[in-house]
Ligand binder design. Sequence first.
Ligand SMILES: Nc1ncnc2c1ncn2[C@@H]1O[C@H](COP(=O)(O)OP(=O)(O)OP(=O)(O)O)[C@@H](O)[C@H]1O
Ligand SMILES: [Mg+2]
Length: 392
Amino acid sequence: MKGPTRILVVHDGTMDESVIRALLSAPDELQVVGFYDGLGHHMPAADVLVVACGVYSEEAGSLIREGVEDRPERPVLLVTQGAPNGYVDHAYQAGAADLVVLPQPCDVNLARAMSHQVLFTINKAVLKRDPAAGGEGKMVVLVGPKGGSGKTLTATNLAAALADAGRRVVVVDLDLQFGDVGLALGLAPEKTVYDLLSSGGSMDAEKVEAFLVEHESGARALLAPRRPDQAGLITVEFLRDVFAVLRSSHDVVIVDTPPAFTPEMIAAVDVSTDVCVVAMLDALSLKNLKLGLETLELMGYPQSAIRFVLNRADSQVGISLDDVDAIIGRAPDVLVPSDRAITRSVNEGAPIALKAKASQAAQAFHALASLYTDIPVTAARRRRRLGFSRTG
Ligand SMILES: Nc1ncnc2c1ncn2[C@@H]1O[C@H](COP(=O)(O)OP(=O)(O)OP(=O)(O)O)[C@@H](O)[C@H]1O
Ligand SMILES: [Mg+2]
């Protein structure tokens, strides 16, 4: 991490400020960016939240919980001088990353002597959340080498379904020239990836968050530039930084892509954890999918990290699901039916996964979402839930 670790302190008024500051006195390594009695809006950006309270109480538990809810990616450290039985469990349950227990009484000198221990605990908590340490979310890239196959439909509905399941999720529109994630989610492009690029300066989670647009489901989106000419300025290096930051602060980063292996799309696949291919029941779409899968194989992408969505799977077009198996070499994981309600939902900017939850289409997207959460859904159950039988 560059520069000192930024610490935000909130306290319940029962601990001496000078003691808390002495505990955090590691000038080159820690920087206290704020000191407040309680959490509020417009607090400064920080890497760690320290909750300080003389004696652990319900209020301390609430501060921890609110701190975690406010910014799940920012570890919360409890500093206390002791407490009733069971408070350690209580603090961890509230979401504390770690605890520092001070002796009683504790004066400024003693606190300063303990600052090494506190620094160590803070560094440990930060490291645990560091992307390089493996604490980051999944990154799912939608791939569909034929235009109009349903990538954007899938990206936006997957995001809505994951948000509905309580996941912190963001969609990145990597169709930089003609992206329509905003339209599909009914979001105005008040802020786009181009504005993030133009804002300059260093990039961290809070900076990037200021350029995300939030959908009512809680899913967020980093929208494509408003004009195609702005797309050319967005570099692969910049996008890599964006992905790393988004992964550190979200459970799932979903990336919608243009219908081609563009450099941005390849860069996204390179750093992703999962690829979701989307194809339709037509010869061109399946041919391009086969080529796409072969390209992924050449890139060394693990087959086990690839999911396959067959869109408009119920079309009667002379190609059966068995033909798909034979052409592609694998069966689809999820089948999305052709449905006028889908077309309408796209036009209205209201994802069908939330708008008509009981529909087969919505259930397909919720089933897809469950593949990216820890809820195991077997293929058989999935098929039953979708209500499809194999045709042909
Ligand atoms: N299963 C479906 N039922 C009804 N309409 C659908 C279905 N799938 C897609 N559509 C319609 O097709 C359009 C194209 O889908 P979508 O935008 O998701 O494709 P895409 O793969 O993102 O296209 P592009 O490659 O051009 O970005 C949608 O706007 C929607 O109206
Ligand atoms: Mg699209």
